[in-house]
Design a protein. Structure first.
Length: 384
């Protein structure tokens, strides 16, 4: 078990007698599981910022009631071991992923604590010794639950800080390297131009000059990406149609002739609006489209761009390809700067997309499609 959790157990003195006391209390709680979970979700329903994360309506609430009942069964029954910790850490990460504000952990546990305390008082009205033992065990267990929940929020915030620090360091380095490389590239470019004027009738020279020019342009694009990352400009969002963003990105993206691009959800009158800084989001979409095109590595393929309603009134831009998909080793780090599986490219495209999405109060994530290929999501706040 992680050190902090062992430490919390030791600090509180949580031990086998607590687990035993909770286990003995569990049959007294069983008849009340329904009322406990109903009250728990009634409190959530009464708080708009809490209920906002429940995007699946009453059907999701019913499913969640079942998971909460299981949570009670396993929490009261123990054992409070590694498997217990792992399960709880997973639940914590679910809450972080759905963006549940952290203070609801305290308030929700408090609701459960008060309700369970009332049941302890009722069950052990004639046995003050047992009442006190179970109350103490209950407090310790719920505080352990809180300790794990808060740790997952901490993990998430540490991850964000790490990413920011890495981006800042890369940004400084990138800005100076990019600056130094611009001049030599400019000289190469004008030399190519001059050579082309002299050798335009020689196909062999022309082919190789085209290649050099192509590589100069590729280097220029890497430099532009590095400088964009280094600038890390704060977005100035405006209400804009997703259709405009996708169409502008398609105009700016280099789509090779062997790749067919299909769009959905951007027809006039149908496309949603988002809060977006047009130039930043168009750049991010260009990155996604060009990445998806490169996944086909020269062979014919298809790139799909879907605009869909996302959770919490957001809008999701999904870019899919039918290439080989992400390497499973790389997938969890796909959005970190300098992480790439391709032989060309420095791995800035997705890092920029995430940075830009987060700067807009949105998200970016990726996964492999079950049928093969990759899909990358960029979620932006809706413009309503
Ligand atoms: C602090 C007490 C809480 C406990 C013990 C708890 C427990 C759980 C459990 C066991 C799950 C299932 C996780 C999984 O899929 O593996 C879950 C998911 C979820 N919880 Fe909580 N929860 C708590 C607080 C809240 C609050 C205050 C909200 C506010 C709305 C909430 C909203 C959700 C939602 C929306 C999911 C489902 C996410 C998804 O399936 O994508 N939870 N919770």
């Amino acid at each position: 078990m992680p050190e902090f959790f062992d430490d919390a157990i030791a600090y509180m003195g949580f031990g086998p007698t607590d687990t035993e006391a909770l286990r003995a209390f569990r049959p007294r709680v069983e008849p009340h599981y329904g009322a406990l979970v109903d009250h728990f979700y009634a409190c959530i329903a009464a708080h708009p910022a809490a209920v906002a994360v429940i995007t699946g309506g009453p059907a999701q609430v019913e499913r969640l009631k079942v998971t909460l009942r299981d949570w009670l069964v396993s929490g009261l029954g123990g054992p409070h071991d590694q498997a217990f910790y792992d399960r709880r850490a997973r639940v914590g990460r679910v809450h972080v992923r759905i963006g549940l504000p952290q203070h609801y952990m305290f308030t929700a546990i408090n609701v459960m604590r008060v309700d369970l305390r009332l049941l302890v008082d009722e069950a052990y009205a004639d046995d003050p010794g047992a009442r006190s033992r179970v109350s103490i065990a209950l407090d310790r267990w719920l505080d352990l639950e809180l300790t794990i929940m808060l740790h997952t929020y901490r993990e998430d915030s540490d991850d964000r800080l790490d990413r920011q620090a890495r981006l800042a360091a890369i940004g400084q380095l990138a800005a100076s390297i990019a600056h130094e490389l611009r001049n030599p590239l400019g000289v190469m470019e004008s030399s190519v131009y001059l050579l082309r004027r002299r050798t335009h009738e020689d196909a062999w020279f022309a082919k190789h000059l085209d290649r050099i020019k192509g590589q100069i342009d590729a280097s220029g694009a890497i430099i532009a990406g590095l400088l964009e990352m280094a600038r890390d400009r704060a977005p100035s969002p405006e209400r804009v149609s997703a259709r405009r963003l996708v169409l502008e990105a398609l105009e700016g993206a280099q789509v090779p002739p062997h790749v067919e691009v299909v769009t959905r959800g951007i027809d006039e009158g149908e496309a949603p609006t988002v809060q977006a800084d047009v130039s930043l989001i168009v750049r991010a979409l260009i990155n996604l489209i060009e990445n998806a095109c490169k996944a086909h590595a020269g062979s014919p393929g298809r790139v799909e761009i879907d605009v869909l309603p996302g959770e919490h009134g957001c809008v999701d831009f999904v870019v899919r390809d039918d290439g080989p998909g992400f390497d499973v080793e790389v997938l969890p780090r796909a959005f970190e700067p300098l992480v790439t599986t391709r032989a060309t490219g420095v791995g800035l495209g997705l890092a920029l997309v995430r940075r830009v999405a987060e700067r807009h109060g949105g998200l970016a994530w990726a996964r492999n499609r079950p049928a093969g290929g990759a899909e990358v999501f960029m979620r932006l706040p809706g413009g309503a």
